[in-house]
Design a protein around this ligand. Sequence first.
Ligand code: ANZ
Length: 955
Amino acid sequence: MSEYSHRELEKKWQEYWDSKGTFQVTNESALPKYYVLDMFPYPSGAGLHVGHPLGYIASDIYSRYKRLKGFNVLHPMGFDSFGLPAEQYAIQTGQHPAITTEQNITRYIEQMKNLGFSYDWSREVRTSDPDYYKWTQWIFMELFGSWYNNDTQKAEPIESLTAVFEKEGNKPVNAPCDEDTPAFTAAEWNAWTEEEKYKVTLKYRLTYVADATVNWCPGLGSVLSNDEVKDGVSERGGFPVIQKLMRQWMMRITAYSQRLLDGLDNIEWTDSLKEQQRNWIGRSVGALVRFELGIKEEMEEGGKGELSSLSSPSSNTPKIEVFTTRVDTIYGVTFIVLAPEHELVDQITTPAQRGDIDAYIAMTQKKSERDRMADVKTVSGAFTGAYVINPFNGEKVPVYIADYVLAGYGTGAVMAVPSGDQRDWNFAKHFDLPIIPILDAQKDIETQADATKEGHYINSGIINGMTFHEANKVLIQWLEEKGVGKGKVNYRLRDAVFSRQRYWGEPVPVYYKNDSTGQPLPYLLAENELPLNLPEVDKYLPTENGEPPLGRAENWAHGSGNGYELSTMPGWAGSSWYWYRYMDPKNENEFASKEAISYWRDVDLYIGGTEHATGHLLYSRFWNKFLKDRGYVPEEEPFKKLINQGMIQGRSNFVYRVKSENYSKPVFVSAGLKSQYEVSALHVDVNIVENDILDVEKFKATRPDIAGEHAEFILEDGKYYCGVEVEKMSKSKFNVVNPDDIVERYGADTLRLYEMFLGPLEQAKPWNTNGIDGTYRFIRKFWRLFFNDAGQWVVKDVPAKPEELKILHKTIKKIEEDIEHFSFNTAVSAFMVCVNELGSLKCQSKEVLNELVVLLSPYAPHITEELWELLGHGKGTVSKSAFPKWEQKHVEDAVFEYPVQINGKVRISLPFALDTPAAEIEKEVLANETVRKWMEGKDAKKVIVVPKRIVNVVI
Ligand code: ANZ
């Protein structure tokens, strides 16, 4: 082939790689391993657009580079194939989601293969495949079979827990568990029936059933996770989402809060991503403080009555426990605020205040937690009529309820310090409550919030004059001594809701059997009953009595005759462990063999989008830590290095229709002339626009609805120029560019280079098809180094010239550095410079071109395979060769221009070959005419030659 023909050549090599299994890797290799993972896609019906492959191209370049560097590279691809869109489509069309999913996957694979990715397709996984979800179900069962031991900081089998119960009851057990877990002795435990024992263990398991306030989306008939809800509506479909209490499977991720935080210190992720995870976990160091309730009848009578609770504290008096990060402000507490849902509200509200309180509660029920957090302006609340005693100074303070206090955080109650907290300040102002300054630096009370920076405590007894940290320490000690509180670390992270009322997800491997009181109790399937296959249903909708779609399945019951769980697992289940399945995808006995896992261990490089910052990446880390605790995997963190590729935005084109009454004859004006008219801008399909010039005939043909036969076009220089705007790439904006079209026209190599050339990988950038011509020219110029205009092969076995070697070695050095830093765009520029320079030198040396082919192969794998073959490497593929080594001697200039200083002033610079001895340089410098002129006939006292730097002459 002497003409560059991307169509022929790319197909040829894609078929070659496929048929030879070029990129299949084994788990037994003497080579060091390297694992490059892409976040696997959900196969949507729309196929890939040019934005999707950005990360895949980068990871492919890196994988190919690592192979050339001598690593055994695992680079797999698969599909996160359970999910809502397929189910929505099934609801609308009756088509089984498995069918659409299969079709979409086929299309994705075809599109990916067209781009020349070096995936080991023999390891492909699909989360909706029973052979795969069998193991997702198995992990669920392992979680069910485990509890978290805070003392060992590990998940352990439930048997180690019941062993303690048998001997010592649950007093010595330090473990996260349900709030209503009773205290019991070994004697009590041992006296219980098996059923009673089982029920108690359910309170400790890492997955459990609970009533949880969830995001319920009636439009989708399902619960959604927080990251599936945006601004009060579902991300998919935009249906309203409300807060509802429902019985759900939960995952006790909170047991891992601290480890999820600590692990971030040992992985190479961007600071912003780590910060998002830290914020999501939300660690707060503070204290719990108990405020005892005054007897409310006495309080009401003038408020000055004897405080029986103060004089005779009794364990029966209700106490309000608050969580605070600022115990140091306790002297400034002037009221207490409870969340409207707080369990004590009903009990403490006085008859006189009941009306106000009930009305307020009714009002807040309408708001979601999100709305409540987001609204910082509106101040509202109600007085309960009750008072509590500040344990530090015996002051009595009133108790309010207000919706700025959230039921689900801390204890659902705060000690309010208006001089320290803005919300408390607003509340105090609104209800005319006292404000006590806590610091002496009192320019303005609102500035006191930051006690760590300035000011000394006033009115504060034991902490007067202390720093913030000292004060907190002293106060927490005081609390503990007096028995009214203790130090406490609080996390914002909540346990994860694991149930979805959907069809297209993993069935939960659980059935229900009624207990002796007739209540259903969940039981696990036996391991050999897995996978629990998704049953057929007649419709993908909830049943008439509101059960999830699985409620429609006929005869769908456990062998014992008991009904299965009807909800399915959430979208994140299958993606929380998939990187292990690639290690050993066909294994029928384990999720992956011990050998495979101990060879591949973890993902060295993970590339994907930022939208998974707090969902997938947190859940995966959680499951990984759990699997590690149970001895199934070796590493604490699954993804050592993570890069987020930036989004490729769409570049929309617009036409401008002149506003007019006459719609039968629309008039469109070219962009440059539009200011002369009153116009409305309309999106036009970017695929019928080239270099911003509209193909008017195609426009008429494809959009007869807006530009019929009779439309008129006001042109500039005979052309219709479109307007341009950068927006999200989406169908509705007519700016979607399909990689298939680009590949057809320019080839995958050009597309790969062009996507990398667009800008730094991590940055968002607009797609612009106009620029691709430049990259296409580069590829053809590269080809021209091997073939002349007449199509003759010009490469010769001639020794390389020094200039050629210099260009080559500088490029090798630069490309290597750039790949190591994931700076793919600068590498592409370096290739362009190199090819230009070798082109102008008319380089024909095989020695040079051979190396260049290897160097470019990760970026442009097809053309380089072809040339590699033509260079005489027979059947071997360039992907199995070795990355060239650059040598210092070639990189350096052969000659150095020495600046020559005479008594400290540079007077001239003189070129010397690098290997010139110092004595020779000295001799020639002193003999130079200009130098002699500046020496004014004097002798040199000293001549200092600093090699490759400078020559100093002292006279
Ligand atoms: C007294 C105080 C004084 C507070 C002060 C702050 C500043 P983070 O850092 O987010 O953990 N708080 C506690 N529970 C709450 C709840 N359920 N809803 C709303 N607010 C709650 O915040 C902890 C602080 O937020 C706590 O410290 C408490 O107010 C409030 F100058 O206590 B602070």
